[in-house]
Design a protein around this ligand. Structure first.
Ligand code: PEP
Ligand code: MG
Length: 544
């Protein structure tokens, strides 16, 4: 049988190769009705299963705490509270006693109903818990059917998994592939922090994979390969070994500066959306966060997030960045990041925020309050004009209440912004080039392709070069926070053009710092000049 690619969404980076272990199929489905006389015993079985799972989670929680993983422990321990939820108990009771449902079925259905209720809530953080409750139901159902959680190696395949499942399984699992699930769900956070590659949103088809079938999971590309070709298996094995060795080296060299062989100093920061990524990035020597994507937590939101909702997320993440650079990007909704409440709205990023100035004020207020102990920077997404930056400055001034003003920077990720980089730089403290959107918009590619597209294409390169000139004129630093910053061939060209900071995925920080130490700055400058000169200017002008 030929190789087949199932496509989902990357939730945790890395590559895994191994035998599939299909968790959901391990739970037998018994479609019978329990006779009235046996229902009390069946209910006791269901309750015991819930109790056993609660105990199990408590143990996982304390193991995580002992290992210093307090954030993951908090998440897992919330599951213990959910297992004791009286409403869940009464649902199970009614399903078994009134409807005669078997214990496992009742547990799954009761948990699904509780999860559905949570998912309807306006609070996106609580809604995220829906997956955790479903997972609790599945674990308890497996218990009720006599399935003991064992030592599972290989690539785990399931419909969805909760954080406790991932935390427990990750010790032995090579990767996780889910039919459903979300990139921002807690399970994904735990997987990222534990360094387990994870792909979500693969669809029900993934549950048809056979137990023991060899698969390759590409956590970066968001793909699961069935019947992988020999070459892919070999490449995946090499890549998995390489990553492990690179991480060990990254942590060992975290105190060495990111400086080229000829003494040019760069700053390597991290892109993040969770505390776990910040912790990992700092362990690998990151000097802070160059891009905190705030919108990903609210993609299912039914309204602009409130200050309290944003504060609870920001306080947690910014506390782990005390004393470090913390670049918080304003909500970048629109395009492929449009929540239900903005469906049909025109515009993207700052344009949408300026259409709802109260929402912008709310976010700025939450950021300045939560970031007091950090070297705080505010980054404006999808800027197209200096007036947008001025508008942010004005609203920011109104929420400072005596606190020091954070630096304000603009994303240069549209051709318009690059063309007006001089005017924009004049009203900014720094610029950050978003090569993902810039490449896409200039070359007319979709976002997935633009991640690996050549920023070295003259049309993109000239815009980056123009941005660099503008920033130098204004005397402000430039960061690159798109994927190109961690692309081994593009990064030296960007360095040669004079970028000051590279902001990359948390798990790549150490590797990129090591690459920098192997560079020759004079050589990078020559290579980037040559690329600009070698490509005719008229080719550069097209489509821009
Ligand atoms: C970019 O466009 O390069 C970028 C970093 O922003 P995002 O990927 O979040 O759109
Ligand atoms: Mg972007």
């Amino acid at each position: 049988m030929g190789e087949r690619a199932l496509r989902g969404v990357s939730a945790a980076p890395g590559v895994a190769c191994g035998q599939a272990v299909v968790i959901d199929r391990a739970i037998a489905h018994v479609a019978t009705t329990i006779p009235a006389g046996d229902r009390s015993a069946e209910l006791a079985r269901a309750q015991n299963a819930l109790g056993a799972v609660a105990l199990e989670m408590e143990q996982i929680g304390s193991q995580l705490r002992e290992a210093g993983r307090n954030q993951e422990a908090d998440i897992v321990e919330t599951g213990v509270l959910m297992a004791g939820d009286p409403e869940l108990y009464s649902r199970v009771e009614s399903l078994v006693m009134k409807s005669g449902r078997p214990a496992a079925d009742a547990l799954r259905q009761a948990a699904d109903e509780s999860a559905h209720q949570l998912a309807q809530l306006r609070d996106p953080v609580l809604a995220e818990r829906a997956d955790d409750v479903r997972s609790l139901g599945r674990r308890a159902a497996a218990r009720a059917n006599g399935f003991e959680p064992g030592v599972i190696g290989g690539v785990i395949i399931a419909s969805t998994l909760g954080p406790a499942d991932v935390a427990e399984l990750a010790m032995n699992a090579k990767g996780v592939a889910l039919a459903g699930g979300g990139v921002t769900a807690h399970a994904a956070i735990v997987a990222r922090s534990l360094g387990v590659p994870m792909v979500v949103g693969l669809g029900r088809e993934v549950l048809e994979v056979g137990d023991g079938e060899e698969v390759v999971l590409d956590g970066d590309g968001g793909v699961l390969f069935r019947h992988p070709e020999d070459g892919r298996i070999a490449a995946a094995r090499v890549e998995a070994d390489r990553r492990q060795a690179a991480r060990r080296a990254a942590v060992a060299h975290r105190l060495e500066p990111a400086q080229t062989k000829d003494g040019h100093r760069l700053h390597v920061l991290a892109n993040a959306t969770s505390v776990a990524e910040v912790v990992e990035a700092l362990a690998q020597g990151a000097e802070g966060v160059g891009l905190l994507r705030t919108e990903l937590l609210y993609l299912d939101a039914r309204g602009w997030p409130t200050e309290a909702q944003q504060a609870s997320f920001l306080r947690l993440i910014l506390a782990s960045l005390a004393g470090h650079v913390a670049t918080v990007r304003l909500l970048d909704f629109g395009g492929d990041k449009t929540p239900p409440f903005l469906k049909g709205a025109e515009g993207r990023g700052i344009e949408l925020l300026l259409d709802s100035p109260d929402a912008l004020r709310t976010q700025l207020s939450a950021i300045v309050a939560a970031g007091a102990d950090t070297k705080l920077r505010i980054l404006i997404p999808m800027v197209t004009s200096p007036d947008q930056v001025r508008a942010v400055h004005e609203i920011l001034g109104g929420v400072l209440r005596g606190r020091p003003a954070p630096q304000v920077g603009a994303m240069i990720e549209t051709p318009e912004a690059a063309r007006r980089a001089g005017e924009i730089a004049d009203v900014c403290d720094f610029l950050s080039i978003g090569t993902n959107d810039l490449t896409q918009l200039v070359l007319g590619l979709d976002r997935e392709h633009s991640k690996s597209a050549p920023v070295t294409d003259a049309r993109v390169l000239r815009l980056i070069d123009a941005t660099m000139h503008a920033a130098r004129e204004a005397g402000i630093p430039v960061d690159v926070c798109g994927e190109a910053a961690s692309d081994e061939s593009a990064m030296p060209i960007l360095v040669g053009l004079g970028v000051d900071e590279l902001s990359v995925a948390a798990a790549r920080v150490g590797e990129v710092r090591m690459w920098v130490r192997g560079l020759d700055y004079a050589g990078c400058r020559d290579a980037s000049r040559k690329l600009l000169l070698d490509q005719p200017a008229d080719a550069a002008g097209k489509g821009v």
